[in-house]
Design a protein. Structure first.
Length: 223
């Protein structure tokens, strides 16, 4: 098929940047997981400001990649390349939303920290399980985003994890109402706890949007 056109090379370049962006947000989520169990003030403040820094990087990456793609789309492009660029712009927006979610989680953990109260052991177990599902979702998203042109991938894996996340969130929401009524923990701790659970579920939605945008392009290509 001869040499790659400038547009195709630009698209490949942007795709590499998107991979990097996706990996960064995954790393950011791992920092949030660590933050939950960082006790010493010094370590905690260091980690929290690293997460803040990642949030800024995330905003900048979104803009840079989007501007780059918009420049590319000013050139002469096949209708297929146009579709690819549109899908990639969607990926970038949703990946940035994942970064926002990570930052929201960190801020909730921060607010909870100010109260000098702690979650119960059961609450921690539930948060850990929810975060593990979210981490699985992110890991599977990376697999989808980084696969090569000709590699088909089972996107159902992503949808299954999302279902699990949604069901778990609903279950915990109902349980939380009972637990607060039974004075297992106070109302305010229930609020922080459910904020974390709900934010993980939101993050999972953004992940599925990335997977859908990403697999959309690739599937069209294969046909």
């Amino acid at each position: 098929c001869g040499m790659l056109s400038t547009a195709e090379l630009s698209i490949l370049q942007a795709r590499k940047e998107i991979h990097l962006f996706a990996e960064r947000t995954h790393r950011m989520f791992n920092m949030v997981q660590d933050l939950l169990h960082t006790d010493k003030d010094d370590d905690y403040n260091k980690l929290f400001s690293r997460i803040e820094k990642y949030e800024n990087i995330s905003d900048n990456m979104e803009l840079e990649i989007a501007n780059y793609l918009n420049q590319v789309s000013d050139g002469r492009l096949s209708s297929e390349s146009k579709l690819q660029i549109r899908a990639m712009l969607r990926e970038v927006t949703e990946i940035e939303s994942i970064g926002d979610s990570c930052y929201n989680l960190a801020r909730t953990i921060n607010r909870k920290r100010q109260t000098n109260q702690d979650f119960t052991e059961k609450q921690y177990d539930h948060i850990h399980f929810m975060m593990k599902l979210t981490d699985d979702a992110l890991a599977q998203m990376i697999v989808v985003v980084e696969r090569s042109e000709h590699q088909s991938i089972d996107v159902n894996k992503s949808f299954n994890i999302e279902n699990e996340i949604n069901n778990y969130r609903n279950q915990l929401k109902n349980q939380n109402i009972l637990d607060v009524n039974n004075k297992e923990y106070d109302y305010q701790m229930g609020v922080y706890y459910m904020d974390i659970i709900a934010e993980c579920e939101k993050l999972g939605d953004y992940v599925v949007n990335v997977v859908e945008a990403s697999s959309d392009i690739k599937e069209k290509k294969a046909s």
